[in-house]
Design a binder for this molecule. Structure first.
Ligand SMILES: Cc1cc2nc3c(=O)[nH]c(=O)nc-3n(C[C@H](O)[C@H](O)[C@H](O)COP(=O)(O)OP(=O)(O)OC[C@H]3O[C@@H](n4cnc5c(N)ncnc54)[C@H](O)[C@@H]3O)c2cc1C
Length: 447
């Protein structure tokens, strides 16, 4: 049964007679995929073939080998799993809306189902395609447990305003997810299988950031990581999630970011386990994560200082000319060559492992604000470094986390400090009171 509340028509065209096309983009998985399921249900009702298309663009938001390799190796697994269900996966290269529309016209596709995504570039792809297409393009939100457009029609002030809205709707939406089945109507012609290796070789790509070989990409690895967390990490989450040496966070963000793991599956499993940690974990997974999508959907300036609320912009303006104790260019940050061993260790963790522990991500971003000539430059440096090295970068969570740290988004005014004004401040001394800073620096600092 189709869940119409998860879908949103991007144009008002009438359905054609042709096959169904699922335009996979944010949700790169077969299991627990509302968009794929929706497309198949429409195809079954109309007794037509179903095809999955992935439009592969060069240099997507500055992504490099690290992120493309993780994504394409995961996509190769999606192709294999879909093949078992008699659903082909085709990769189209070039400008996504142009290539998608060309293909739709050539093959007489009757309806396109695409993934919901609040980022500007994706909105541009989907809306451009929807405006030019002569058939319906329907968006399905398979990333938010409560679909983003239903949770709230406006930019929320903070977790405290979104939380009650989500809670009211969770009983309705946090339900078991239906799965796609073997498709009985074969696609019109054979689709050449692709390999991740061949696609990677053919992409115009920044190859200077190494692929991470100790983190397996794909649906199966994402499911294993979830199982391992439920077994060994969840019960420690409430007490130790903020300790960067405790390995008590789930580590699931890379798979969640690429849609290789469904947030709803994680929420269902964690809720089933229950226990003390379920609530604080679900606060992050549901409230904070879905707040990020709400922010990016309703604030298209999410990746620059203009997104900050008035009070934050005004306090930063008042302190614009405060003397900085240190002032570094991008390169010095990138090379982890500041005066602060803790900051340098966090940057090295990012470069080497593809992520910084969640607690230190806040410290890392706030110190960039403190040690650059302007808040605008600080914002740009934080976005650039996060997107370049983090495996989960280019995510609404990342833009929102940076906006929270530097621009007071979803936060309130705190005590006044130089440079920060009333933006919440963090210090290395404060970190020492929370965790073993020396141990962390020993783990990630220079030899
Ligand atoms: C400056 C800064 C940059 C960040 N950059 C990113 C990024 O690029 N990509 C990214 O996914 N997250 C980012 N975050 C949010 C958060 O730090 C990460 O989601 C988290 O550290 C991922 O690790 P985990 O999966 O082990 O998290 P867990 O603590 O195990 O949480 C599980 C899931 O909940 C969600 N979550 C947890 N914390 C947050 C949060 N504060 N906001 C929104 N969702 C959250 C994530 O989907 C996460 O995977 C950033 C935060 C800050 C302050």
């Amino acid at each position: 049964m189709i869940d119409a509340r998860r879908s949103h028509a991007l144009n008002d065209r009438r359905t054609g007679n042709g096959p169904l096309l699922y335009w996979m983009s944010r949700e790169q998985r077969v299991a627990d995929n509302w968009g794929l399921y929706h497309a198949q249900q429409l195809a079954l009702q109309r007794k037509v073939p179903l095809l999955v298309v992935f439009t592969l663009a060069d240099g997507f938001l500055g992504a490099n080998l690290r992120q493309y390799a993780f994504m394409l190796r995961g996509l190769e697994q999606v192709r294999q799993r879909l093949a078992e269900l008699a659903i082909p996966l085709l990769v189209l290269r070039g400008d996504p809306p142009t290539e998608l529309l060309r293909f739709v016209t050539q093959t007489g596709v009757g309806t396109v189902v695409c993934d919901f995504d609040p980022l500007r570039i994706k909105r541009h792809w989907f809306e451009t395609a929807a405006a030019a297409a002569s058939i319906p393009i329907i968006e399905v939100d398979g990333h938010n447990i409560v679909p983003c457009r239903i949770a709230s029609p406006k930019r929320e002030f903070g977790a405290y305003t979104l939380r009650p809205k989500l809670k009211r709707l969770l009983t309705e939406f946090l339900v078991e997810i239906p799965q796609v089945v073997r498709h009985p109507f074969p696609w019109l012609r054979a689709v050449e299988p692709f390999s991740a290796e061949a696609l990677l070789a053919g992409l115009a790509l920044d190859r200077s950031v190494a692929e991470l070989t100790d983190l397996a990409p794909g649906e199966a690895a994402g499911a294993e990581a979830l199982a391992a967390f439920l077994e060994g990490g969840l019960e420690r989450y409430a007490a130790s999630a903020n300790d960067p040496l405790a390995a008590a966070q789930s580590g699931l963000s890379p798979w969640l970011h690429f849609g290789q793991l469904a947030p709803q599956r994680v929420a269902l499993q964690v809720a089933r386990c229950g226990g003390m940690a379920a609530e604080p974990f679900l606060e992050q997974l549901i409230v904070r994560r879905e707040l990020s999508d709400n922010f990016c959907l309703h604030c298209p300036d999410y990746d620059r200082l203009d997104c900050a609320p008035d009070w934050a912009r005004s306090t930063l303006e008042q302190h614009r000319h405060d003397p900085r104790s240190y002032c570094y260019p991008l390169e010095q940050f990138e090379q982890a060559a500041t005066h602060d061993p803790l900051w340098n260790a966090a940057q090295r963790q990012l470069v080497i492992s593809g992520k910084i522990h969640g607690y230190l991500r806040m410290y890392w971003a706030k110190k960039i604000l403190e040690w650059t000539a302007s808040p605008e430059e600080a914002f740009a440096i934080a976005v650039q470094l996060n997107n370049r090295y983090a495996l989960d970068g280019r995510d609404p969570n990342g833009y929102t986390g940076i906006a929270w740290s530097l621009g007071g988004v979803h936060d309130r005014a705190w005590g006044r400090r130089p440079v920060f004004g009333t933006i919440r401040f963090m210090s290395a001394e404060g970190c020492k009171r929370k965790f073993d800073v020396a141990g962390y620096v020993k783990r990630w600092g220079r030899d």
